[in-house]
Design a protein around this ligand. Structure first.
Ligand SMILES: C[S@@+](CC[C@H](N)C(=O)[O-])C[C@H]1O[C@@H](n2cnc3c(N)ncnc32)[C@H](O)[C@@H]1O
Length: 289
């Protein structure tokens, strides 16, 4: 695994998963006509989507797979709390993927970009599918927006500068991954190159308007705390001071109290299907690319 301390982010990931669940629900509606027997959630983290998969497909055996045993314990506890059947499996990607298959449906949310060779990861995921099986990966979409352009203090436009700094950090993260391979991040093209057919992408909005309820508000706080911690070298002193003020629980203009805080983002899900005859679909798509 790369140098993220995923277990330390457990609270944030679970809260964020809950806050973003409107897009997961919409994405699963796209899959609701399927009758999968075996489902894998690759990089499940604390299991928010995995538990929803188990609710959506109660007949299926759903396995949450992740490199972090701590996050999988959380996923197990969440499943118990919700009364759904969920298996868990610790595996490092990409090497641990080989032991998992086969599956009729594979979901992987915001994980492939953490693997050095993204095409190889997709090839391996596609290779786990049963003939006719489906893969859905979440990659791309739009950066989140939480703040009005002018907060009433600090330099207007902080949200855009946070997004730009995070994009730079993301590029550095990718460059430092073991075995990193540069690739044109054409996700539908990459799914086709992995031998999948019926490839399509759909983008779902997550829209929590102001004033925010406690759950999304807490999620915004956790995200801003993480930005404050990770972007210390990337933001100027004025923006860091603005973030400190936003994060001050005693400040009436801080994120705990402001009435104008919102959460607006979009997530893109790329769907593909393994052809019934693997050899044919693979040959066709490789010739196209
Ligand atoms: C950004 S979180 C996504 C969690 C969840 N899928 C979601 O959409 O909210 C990435 C997850 O992938 C896992 N992960 C990242 N890189 C990994 C690797 N190389 N091997 C195994 N797990 C990895 C992390 O432990 C974490 O749970």
């Amino acid at each position: 695994m790369n140098d993220f301390d995923w277990a330390a982010m457990a609270d944030m990931l679970e809260r964020e998963g809950e806050t973003h669940s409107p897009y997961v629900r919409q994405a699963f509606e796209e899959l609701a006509h399927l009758t999968p027997r075996r489902i894998l959630d690759i990089g499940s983290g604390p299991g928010v989507a995995a538990c929803r998969l188990a609710q959506t497909f109660p007949q299926a055996e759903v396995t949450a797979v992740d490199g972090s045993p701590e996050l999988l314990e959380r996923a197990g506890r969440r499943a118990h709390r919700l009364g759904v059947r969920l298996r868990t499996h610790v595996a490092e990607f990409p090497e641990g993927l080989a032991d998992l298959g086969p599956a009729d449906l594979i979901w992987s949310g915001q994980v492939v970009h953490h693997v050095g060779d993204q095409q190889d990861a997709l090839d391996r995921l596609a290779g786990l599918l049963e003939p006719g099986g489906h893969l859905a990966i979440v990659e791309g979409g739009l950066p989140p927006h939480w703040l009005p352009r002018d907060l009433g203090f600090g330099r207007p436009g902080l949200q855009d500068r946070l997004a730009a700094a995070m994009a730079e950090r993301f590029s550095r993260m990718r460059a430092e991954l073991p075995g990193t391979v540069a690739v044109v991040e054409d996700w539908p093209g990459m799914l086709r190159a992995a031998g999948l057919t019926d490839v399509r992408s759909r983008t779902f909005l997550v829209d929590h308007p102001a004033p925010l309820a406690d759950g999304p508000r807490q999620s915004v706080r956790q995200a801003l705390e993480r930005h404050r911690k990770t972007l210390t070298e990337d933001l100027d002193a004025e923006d860091l001071a603005t973030l400190d003020r936003l994060l001050d629980p005693a400040d009436p203009a801080g994120v705990d109290r402001r009435a104008d805080l919102f959460l607006l983002t979009a997530k893109t899900v790329h769907f593909g299907r393994r052809g019934d005859s693997r050899t044919d679909s693979r040959t066709d798509s490789r010739t196209d690319s």
